[in-house]
Design a protein around this ligand. Structure first.
Ligand code: PGA
Length: 247
């Protein structure tokens, strides 16, 4: 049985008091026991939120792969872990696009996170121009090859993959369940080809991109969709919980 996961990427939203209120609300609400909930708050609030002892795990949206050094403004892999992160996001399209994170740098982030025992949610997904050409599978395969498939099987096992088509992020335009299932099955096949079917069957693959309380049920009903990485809809307790209860 693969782990079902619903993760909230709060991005650069919420104040400290709003973050505390949201996590407390999520913690106090009923949700299915078999779903791992994770939230990725702004890094400056990780420490405070880790003191709430929530049932929901905490993750870092970003970190620098070095343990320390002259990288003004960055938080190191050690620092985000020390502040309470159990998970990290790597390869989110906003980091690739706005902060020019290269495939090579993402590879370093994956390695650093796993070396420190952090769990990686590795994001991949194609832009609209690639989808229109129907080259999305090749595009995603290249992203996995360049930043993830160097891992030995024992490390790969600890990774969660999130498929997030860029044209669906924050646009209100979600992938259809058929589009999501096709890509998730293709990703599982890529992992099986690179490693083996057993390992591929164990890896949770999440869908991200305008997933909300209305479409989550249909998306999560797909055989290869093991949960979601939620942006906008993770900022409201009711929406996030509806999604977490959509399996
Ligand atoms: P969205 O964001 O749910 O707001 O589309 C998803 C993400 O960027 O992870």
């Amino acid at each position: 049985m693969r782990q079902k996961i619903v993760a909230g990427n709060w991005k650069m939203n919420l104040t400290k008091s709003e973050s505390i209120a949201l996590l407390n609300d999520i913690n106090a609400s009923k949700h299915a026991e078999n779903v791992q909930m994770i939230v990725f708050p702004p890094a400056v609030y990780l420490n405070t939120l880790s003191e709430l002892n929530a049932r929901c795990a905490l993750g870092a949206q970003n970190f620098h792969p070095a343990e320390q050094g002259a990288f003004t403004g960055e938080n190191s892999v050690l620092q985000v872990q020390d502040a309470g992160a159990e998970y990290v996001l790597v390869g989110h399209s906003e980091r690739r696009m706005y902060f020019q994170e290269s495939e090579e740098f993402l590879k370093d982030k994956v390695d650093a996170a796993l070396a420190h025992g952090l769990k990686v949610i590795f994001c991949c997904g194609e832009p609209l121009s690639i989808r229109e050409l129907e080259h999305q599978n090749e595009f995603v395969n290249k992203q996995l090859e360049e930043s993830l498939f160097h891992l030995p099987a024992a490390m790969m096992q600890k990774v969660v993959v999130a498929y997030e088509p860029i044209w669906a992020i924050g646009t209100g335009k979600t992938a259809s369940s058929a589009q999501a299932e096709n890509m998730h099955a293709a990703i599982r096949e890529m992992i099986a080809t690179k490693y083996d079917q057993d390992l591929a069957n164990q890896i949770s693959i999440l869908y991200g991109g305008s997933c909300n309380g209305t479409n989550a049920k249909e998306l999560f009903a797909c055989a290869n969709v093991d949960g979601g990485l939620i942006g906008g809809a993770s900022l409201k307790t009711a929406d996030f919980l509806t999604i977490a209860n959509s399996f």
